[in-house]
Design a protein around this ligand. Structure first.
Ligand SMILES: [Zn+2]
Length: 247
């Protein structure tokens, strides 16, 4: 997936030729957030990105940090640099993602994610008993390249892979974002911030009985678990026997 800006009405870039550069040209952040596959991102405030305090520690994590920051803040265009564009694309996305993970822990960031949550941008829980409860993005790690973005259902409290199957909002592709763009804290802090959004536990759904041509099928795991339970009881007997000997 490429995040080339392509210079479509992109303001603030070097010499602006007057023809297609208008004052309402979208910013890089706006452009980035509306790309297919980026539905989980909210727009981070420009002022937040400009504050060095919020970028603390990211310089060491992102190669070409200054270039990436200039691109995000519309001070430079990706084509301006004599580097591998794909690698730079990834660096820019990673930098925005890590800033995003911090921003969505702030009040403004949470408000922005609340809007997306209500508009079902993160999708819904596929479990029957959860009755299409909206889910929230979450990472299993806070550092890059560890695991993909997942979704967390506040109703069944399960974490699952984010995919189009859980999204009623119209996109029909897998979500392939790094979990670190959302972080491990976000959904839980969000629900603490908005406790009225915490739903009741899932409905009890009638137990599904597997059948073939109308006949109940013996659970194929039964034989396996029986074997397992007989070994555990044998182990227990052995342990008891040993304990008796020691006594
Ligand atoms: Zn659920």
């Amino acid at each position: 997936m490429s995040h080339r800006h392509g210079g479509r009405g992109h303001a603030h870039v070097g010499v602006s030729s007057s023809s297609d550069d208008s004052s309402d040209a979208e910013t890089w952040v706006e452009w980035f957030c509306r790309q297919e596959g980026n539905e989980f991102f909210c727009e981070v405030d420009r002022r937040y990105i400009q504050d060095n305090f919020n970028l603390y520690g990211l310089r060491e994590k992102i190669p070409n940090f200054k270039m990436c920051l200039d691109i995000i803040l519309d001070k430079a265009d990706i084509d301006q640099f004599d580097v591998d564009n794909n690698a730079l694309d990834k660096n820019v996305q990673d930098l925005y993602g890590l800033i995003h993970a911090r921003f969505i822990l702030t009040k403004r960031g949470q408000d922005r994610m609340l809007r997306k949550f209500r508009d079902l941008h993160f999708g819904i829980c596929p479990l029957l008993g959860c009755e299409a409860t909206p889910v929230l993005p979450v990472g299993l790690h806070d550092s890059l390249d560890q695991s993909p973005a997942m979704v967390y259902c506040p109703r069944c409290r399960q974490v699952m892979l984010a995919s189009h199957r859980t999204s009623p909002s119209g996109y029909d592709h897998e979500v392939e974002l790094d979990g670190a763009y959302f972080g491990t804290t976000f959904p839980h802090l969000f629900l603490m911030q908005y406790p009225t959004l915490v739903p009741e536990p899932p409905n009890k759904v009638a137990k599904y009985v597997p059948r073939v041509f109308g006949f109940r099928v013996r659970d194929l795991r039964d034989s396996r678990s029986k074997r397992k339970s007989s070994t555990t009881s044998a182990d227990r007997r052995k342990r008891e026997h040993r304990a008796e000997k020691m006594a």
